[in-house]
Structures are given as structure tokens and as C-alpha cells.
Design a binder for this molecule. Structure first.
Ligand SMILES: Nc1ncnc2c1ncn2[C@@H]1O[C@H](COP(=O)(O)OP(=O)(O)OP(=O)(O)O)[C@@H](O)[C@H]1O
Ligand SMILES: [Mg+2]
Length: 503
């Protein structure tokens, strides 16, 4: 044992000493004892127990010794209390209660590590989230990040909750396998294929709607369809006389077909438009001649009747809408020509018109309508108008619409600021209470930030998202969620198979 230790084990203070001498002797003894302990091996200092009461705050000797070290002492800061809503202004991803366990399992909340479930209908009806005003959703992300896989999971898992899913337009044909696996069906349209859809089909009248109201609704939908088709081919807005010509020819064609006991076809409308004397007679003494106005329209519809789309949309439908099927998709993959996509847009207009009127029954239960690859739609005002009217009807019909696009700037491609297309596209975004943002390219972050009102932290998070991981903005709340796929889903939803085979 070192000498210092021996000299520090006892304190002898002679009896006749002053108080000052006693104090000084005691402090010398304390210092000698401290030095002795520092010189000891750690084991002898009692560190084998992991506890050295005397030196625990200052060993190794660094910083200030004693209470001034602030180690183990109490640090008192002024209290500051705020709600999580306020704190989320600075940092949005607070690990709080999430959206609850109601609804469809999506995956894992990356920050809270809990499950993330989502059901737009229960969120809407419970009123739990302030500002959640509609069940519609937008999903944006760069190619291959798993947008379609998420939409397919939503559809697949929603079936267990009693929902049905409709895909009015599947330009890649990737929903066919999913629909078949779930007991639904697909209508494939394209040159040489046997499928036919008559977009002027009138669906069965829902019991809750009066006959007159239903007749008006069907007429309105047919006119919207005809105007959309004409505008797509003519690439311009219709003149008032042209709208009148469409009205008249629709009424004449419907009267004729009802007399025959059948449903009017696009060919019947084109034929009536090609007979201006009949339109003039129907117009009566209201003035004007329909000839020149009807001529352009007749040519516009000709493409669907005699042109490259002939046969597909101007014949009686080969399938009836089955409201009990869990999923129905319309496969337009055979139409996806390069360059001018007018044929695809016309087909999309007809297919979505057919499906949307079949979905007009408000007692048809809760449904998802998924517009995959909706970025293709953005440049076509007619299609945007269709979507807008579906969006507006969503709550009344019990339909949640999901629009899948690549970038937020796809919405801006609808037209210049203030144009009709742009207003429609921005209106669609405004009517989506749920916004799911998958990874965006760095040059897209500014647009995403301004259109969605992202905070700096959210924009940073979006730039770094990996496959299947998205920023979910549900009304005012934000979550980063990892979508989890079951192995069976993964096999069914795989769109990379060809890439793997080619490697
Ligand atoms: N959460 C996930 N976990 C694992 N694999 C996933 C996940 N999401 C998607 N994938 C796989 O990634 C591939 C691409 O996904 P998907 O087709 O859904 O991407 P996308 O964003 O729709 O692409 P595109 O923009 O080309 O349509 C698929 O093979 C899919 O199985
Ligand atoms: Mg996709």
C-alpha cells in the first residue's frame, strides 16, 4: 500500500492547538486522502461495483468539481407548455396517437413505430380530424416508388371492410391480375378485342331517385360525354350553337331508340348530326340554322364510329355492370399509342362515362374509384371536368376518389395560370383532404411545397423518401409511413418482373 495511503488513514491533532490550526490540519488530511484515492487502482477505489460515492461526479478529473459540475444536480428551467398542434408547427412528425386503428392497415408510422391505418370514410364520419372535409385523395411520386402498389393494397385490403373498387381506366393493364385474383372482372378494350362498351348506357334507376330526376341525370351525363368527346377531337371549346345541336340530336336519337326499345348509340347521334334538316325542324321557330354547327360535330364523332376506335364504343355493351363484384377495371393498354394520345383520351372519356354512370347509385355502398396514371388526363379539360364532377359527388355517393400522378407540377400542366384547365386541376387538389407524397425530384420540391403548403422539414423528408415510403398529409396532420406489402401482394403487384428478367 502506498505511503500516502498510510498517512491518510488517521488524523492526529495535538490537544493544545488553536481552531485555525485544527481547520488547516483537517483540510490537509482531506487533501492527502483525496490524492491517495486518485493514486489507487480503479478496483481498489471501489469501481468494481461501478459506484464510487466520492468521485462519481468528477472522475476522470475534468470540468468543475463538486456541485458546480452540474452533474447529478438539479437544473431548473422555466416551464413551457404547448399543445402538440402548436409544437407540430416546428416539427410535424410528433409521435402521437396517429389516426387510430380504424380502417385499412397501410404499414408502419416511421416516427412512432406504430401501425398506420387509414379509412377516409370513418375519418370523415367521426369528425376526429379538423379540416377533413372529403374522402378524396391524391398520390404523387416519381416512377417506380410504389404508388400503384399502395393503390392496389388499399383496394385489396378495403374488400375485407366491405368496399368495392373501380378502375375506370387502366392504361398499363396492370390491374387485370389484381381484379381477377379478388374475384372481380376486367373489360379489355382495343382493336381486335371482343369487348364493347356503350358509353350512353343508362344504368338502372336507384330506388331512392324519382323517375324524372333520374331521366334528367342520365341526359345530363350523356350531354357531358358528347361535349367532352367533341371537344377532344376538335381541340377547342364548343360554340353555343354546337351545344344546341348536341342537345337536339341526343333528344332525337333517344326518342328513336326508345321507340325501337333499345339504347341510343354514338352512331345514332352522329347520324342525326349529319341530317341538319331534322335538327332545324326540331329547333322549330327558335331561329338559326344548325347545318354548319352540326357538321363539325358529326365529323368529330366519326372517329369513334368509323375511325380507329370504331366498334369499341358504338355498339351495345358486351358486359353488364355487376354492382356486387368486388373490383372492376377497364383495361385500355392496347390503345396506348405513342405520340398523339387522342384515341386514348377518347377511350378514357367513354370508359369513365360508362363506369361513372353505373356508380351513380347512392345506395351502392362505399367505393374506391382509382384513377391510376391520372397525369395523362391533366392536359384534357373534358376529362378534368368529368373528374371534377365525380369529386363533387363523392360524399353524396359514398365514393372515395384516388388520383395517382407523378409530380405536383402535372397539375400545372393543365394550362396557364387562370385557364379553365388549371382551375379544374387546382380544384381537384383542393378537394383532396388526403395528400400522399412519395419521393419527388429535387427540382419539383418548390412546386410541391407551394401547392401543398409543405414545411421545410416536410420538404426535406420528401426528397429523401425511399420505395414505399410516403409523406401522408391527412387534413392538417403529417405522417411518414412505410407501406408494408404481404409476400402474396408483392408477387401480385409486381411491375418490375420484366426488368428482373431482362437483367
Ligand atoms: N412497399 C413496398 N415494398 C416492397 N416493394 C414494393 C413496395 N411498393 C412497391 N414495391 C415494388 O416496386 C415496384 C414498383 O412499384 P409500382 O409499380 O407500384 O410503382 P409506381 O410508383 O406505380 O411506378 P409507375 O410510376 O411506373 O407507375 C413493384 O414491383 C412493386 O412490387
Ligand atoms: Mg404505377
Amino acid at each position: 500500500m502506498p505511503r500516502t495511503r498510510a498517512s491518510a488513514t488517521a488524523l492526529f491533532v495535538p490537544r493544545k492547538t488553536s481552531r485555525a490550526q485544527q481547520r488547516s490540519a483537517r483540510s490537509e488530511f482531506a487533501e492527502a486522502r483525496r490524492q491517495a484515492r486518485l493514486a489507487e487502482a480503479p478496483a481498489e477505489r471501489g469501481e468494481q461495483d461501478g459506484f464510487d460515492p466520492e468521485l462519481r461526479a468528477t472522475y476522470p478529473p475534468s470540468g468543475r468539481p463538486g456541485p458546480a459540475s452540474a452533474r447529478g444536480g438539479k437544473l431548473s428551467l422555466p416551464k413551457h407548455r404547448m399543445t402538440t398542434a402548436t409544437a407540430s408547427g416546428a416539427y410535424p412528425f410528433l409521435a402521437e396517437g396517429g389516426l387510430g386503428a380504424d380502417g385499412i392497415f397501410i404499414g408502419r408510422d416511421v416516427h412512432s413505430e406504430g401501425s398506420f391505418c387509414f379509412d377516409p370514410f370513418s375519418l370523415y364520419s367521426s369528425g376526429r380530424i379538423e379540416g377533413f372535409t372529403n374522402p378524396n385523395a391524391i398520390l404523387a411520386g416519381i416512377i417506380g416508388m410504389g404508388k400503384s402498389a399502395l393503390a392496389k393494397s388499399l383496394a385489396t385490403r378495403a374488400i375485407a371492410h366491405g368496399y368495392r373498387t373501380y378502375i375506370p381506366c387502366d392504361p398499363k393493364g396492370e390491374w387485370t391480375a389484381v381484379a381477377q385474383a379478388l374475384g372481380g372482372y376486367t373489360i379489355a378494350l382495343g382493336p381486335g378485342l371482343p369487348g364493347r362498351l356503350n358509353p350512353l348506357d343508362a344504368p338502372a334507376r336507384p330506388t331512392s331517385v324519382s323517375a324524372d330526376d333520374w331521366a334528367n341525370e342520365v341526359r345530363k351525363r350523356r350531354l357531358l360525354l358528347l361535349a367532352g368527346l367533341a371537344r377532344t377531337v376538335l381541340k377547342r371549346d364548343l360554340h353555343p350553337m354546337e351545344h344546341t345541336a348536341l342537345d337536339l340530336s341526343l333528344d332525337l336519337a333517344v326518342a328513336e331508340s326508345e321507340a325501337r326499345g333499345s339504347v341510343p348509340l354514338l352512331g345514332d347521334i352522329a347520324h342525326t348530326l349529319g341530317s341538319p334538316e331534322r335538327l332545324d325542324a326540331a329547333l322549330g321557330d327558335q331561329g338559326g340554322r344548325m347545318g354548319p354547327a352540326a357538321e363539325d360535330l358529326a365529323h368529330a364523332l366519326r372517329r369513334l364510329v368509323h375511325g380507329d376506335l370504331s366498334g369499341m364504343f358504338d355498339a351495345p355493351s358486351t358486359v353488364a355492370f355487376d354492382p356486387k363484384a368486388p373490383m372492376l377495371s377497364i383495361d385500355l393498354s392496347r390503345l396506348g399509342g405513342a405520340g398523339d394520345d387522342t384515341a386514348l383520351v377518347l377511350a378514357m372519356t367513354c370508359a369513365s362515362a360508362w363506369m361513372e354512370s353505373a356508380l351513380a347509385d347512392p345506395t351502392g355502398g362505399r367505393r374506391w374509384v382509382i384513377y391510376d396514371e391520372a397525369w395523362r388526363v391533366m392536359r384534357h379539360v373534358g376529362l378534368l371536368e368529368r373528374m371534377q364532377s365525380q369529386w363533387k359527388l363523392s360524399r353524396g355517393l359514398g365514393i372515395a376518389n384516388l388520383m395517382v400522378i407523378h409530380r405536383l407540377s402535372d397539375l400545372l400542366s393543365a394550362g396557364d395560370a387562370g385557364s379553365r384547365g388549371r382551375v379544374l386541376a387546382e380544384g381537384l387538389l383542393a378537394d383532396c383532404s388526403t395528400r400522399i407524397i412519395y419521393r419527388q425530384e429535387p427540382d419539383q420540391l418548390a412546386t410541391a411545397t407551394s401547392l401543398l403548403g409543405l414545411t421545410g422539414v416536410e420538404a426535406q423528408a420528401v426528397a429523401a423518401l425511399t420505395k414505399g415510403r410516403g409523406l401522408w398529409k391527412v387534413a392538417g396532420r403529417s405522417f411518414i409511413t412505410q407501406h408494408l406489402l404481404h409476400p402474396a401482394e408483392r408477387a401480385l403487384f409486381d411491375t418490375d418482373a420484366r426488368m428482373v428478367l431482362a437483367a
